[in-house]
Design a protein around this ligand. Structure first.
Ligand SMILES: [Zn+2]
Length: 551
């Protein structure tokens, strides 16, 4: 044990004691040196800006191995000679070269520090080639506990897919594995045994017969893409397509499914153009026309892979046949087609810089399901659906996770997040304005990585509301605002409880069936007086709050 390690340990123990005093022991202890290397913008990442990847690999289903290389092109932002590449064990980074010269690599778990020989000058565009091989982590429970799924279809053909959200793309290929820096464009070349084909992101440029019982499919992605959005899907695929007349012109919509499911898919995938129509209305143009839109069948439930949304919902409506809201509305559409495609706007177009802000992906996308219903079945159906999902909220942890350690916030980012947005829609109180706000988010942050603060600022500015307390309450605490009220003969007294500072949210109440907007406070009990007797009193259910009648 060296001196630095001992002093680090003492520091950690001191921190733990202090943290324990604050009841934070468990949280702080969770994170390791590897989490920091994976989750922070290290000095060895910060100095270079990704411009292009060419991932070129051979996948061998029989041995469950991958071998190949990734060309990583970048622009130099600051002087530095050490570059971090991420690749997770048990895969092996065998060699890294620059200008044909092999470079020294210092391995630190899943992070690899490459010392460059050539001088790195600011503004220059350089590249390195990272060679790797081995048996990647096999997915345990894709897509949540991901890696590579090595499955077979009903006819005994190999059926293989990658999934790596949270875990990171470096579980199957070497890259700069942090959300903040998206590559501008990418080529993906995948060699597989004849009889199979690989479907990745973007457009299929060519299929090469290698004359050795293998073929290579070459895909090109023309738009910025986040790492976990990159995917390989290998199977005995057949394909059908349609042209969708969208806001930005003609959009190719392509569907890759197993041969055995072709007829089923042709009927069931009618939800895809319906989805496109509803989401372009609410969010603006599909963000990746240049790369087409694809639905690709996979041997797991599904994932928002950019421009090649993966699908495994067994051609059923709902979530594997279930309605997450318990209202019946969730059975009006295929959950995976709608939800995962919603991510094209929130996750792929607007991407979080740090995974702690993943609520930006999941809250808006869960919310998108109710906007799909709103478009086809009306506002009331949509509201019932989103309110119905409240039963799934746990309020265990805040929606925002811990920064710089690759840590997601609570799973409440789905159901609570969408209910927060549904509440915000009530505050905006103008559906056309609300739609324009959602479209503004997508145009303002087009193909960008963002922070929670940027989203908050944009929503505040576009809505012209003071939302500081609102976001602090719903994103940063687990407290549900408590509306406490007393009903007298001709008067109502009310206040907020369990709220953060500056929580000044108005709500709507119905008195004798008539709607009133009131703004409770946690500093004083307010009152509303009427000329006639109060017979009925209700709180509008659209607001995600608890209400208590005080006797
Ligand atoms: Zn999602």
């Amino acid at each position: 044990m060296n001196k630095t390690l001992i002093s680090t340990l003492i520091l950690v123990i001191t921190l733990c004691v202090n943290a324990n005093a604050q009841g934070l022991l468990q949280e702080k202890n969770k994170f390791t040196h590897q989490d920091t290397l994976r989750g922070s913008i290290t000095p060895e990442r910060e100095w270079w800006d990704l411009t292009y990847y060419h991932l070129d690999i051979k996948v061998n289903p029989e041995t469950k191995t991958i071998a190949g290389k990734n060309t990583i092109q970048y622009t130099v932002l600051k002087p530095n000679q050490v570059l971090q590449i991420d690749l997770q064990e048990p895969l092996v980074l065998t060699k890294v070269t620059q200008n044909d010269k092999a470079l020294e690599i210092k391995h630190d778990g899943n992070a690899h520090f490459v010392t460059l020989k050539d001088q790195q000058n600011i503004g220059e565009t350089n590249s390195v080639i990272a060679y790797y091989e081995g048996k990647p982590r096999e997915a345990i429970r894709a897509p949540w506990d991901g890696g590579i799924s090595w499955k077979k279809d009903n006819n005994g053909n190999h059926f293989i897919a990658s999934s790596c959200q949270g875990l990171g793309a470096s579980v199957w290929w070497p890259n700069k594995d942090h959300m903040y820096d998206e590559v501008d464009s990418m080529d993906i070349s995948v060699t597989v045994p004849k009889g199979l084909m690989n479907v990745s992101n973007g457009r299929l440029k060519s299929v090469i017969d290698n004359k050795d019982e293998t073929i290579t499919t070459n895909w090109h992605v023309a738009n910025p893409i986040n790492n976990y959005g990159v995917n390989i899907n290998i199977g005995n695929y057949v394909n059908f397509s349609e042209v969708y007349k969208g806001e930005k012109g003609d959009l190719d919509m392509n569907y890759f499914v197993l041969k055995e499911n072709l007829e089923k898919a042709k009927a069931h995938f009618k939800d895809a153009p319906k989805m496109m129509k509803a989401f372009e209305h609410w969010f603006g143009p599909y963000p990746f026309y240049e790369d087409s839109f694809k639905l690709v069948e996979v041997p797991y439930l599904g994932m928002e892979h950019q421009s090649s949304v993966t699908y495994g919902n067994k051609y059923m409506n709902g979530y594997l046949g279930d309605d997450l809201s318990g209202t019946g509305w969730g059975l009006k559409f295929d959950f995976i087609i709608i939800h995962e495609s919603g991510h094209e706007w929130f996750a792929n177009n607007i991407t979080n810089i740090d995974i702690a802000d993943m609520w930006i992906h999941e809250s808006f996308t869960s919310y998108s399901e109710n906007l799909f219903l709103d478009y086809y079945y009306g506002k009331e159906a949509a509201a019932e659906y989103v309110i119905g999902k409240r039963k799934n909220i746990r309020n265990d942890r805040p929606l925002i996770g811990q920064y710089n350690v690759n840590n997601e916030g609570s799973g409440d980012m789905y159901y609570k997040g969408e209910n927060m947005l549904h509440t915000l829609r009530q505050l905006v109180n103008d559906d056309e304005k609300w739609r324009q706000i959602l479209r503004t988010l997508n145009s303002k942050f087009y193909h960008q990585t963002v922070t929670t603060q940027q989203i908050e600022d944009c929503l505040t500015e576009a809505s012209d509301l003071d939302l500081k307390g609102f976001f602090n309450q719903y994103l940063r605490t687990t407290k549900i605002p408590a509306f406490e009220y007393k009903v007298y003969k001709r008067e109502i007294k009310f206040n907020w409880n369990h709220v953060v500072d500056n929580f000044n949210m108005p709500i709507e109440v119905l008195v004798n069936g008539k709607s009133f907007t009131i703004t409770p406070s946690d500093k004083e009990v307010k009152s509303l007086k009427f000329d006639s007797d109060i017979n009925t009193f209700e709180v509008d259910k659209d607001y995600y709050i608890n209400s208590y009648r005080v006797k």
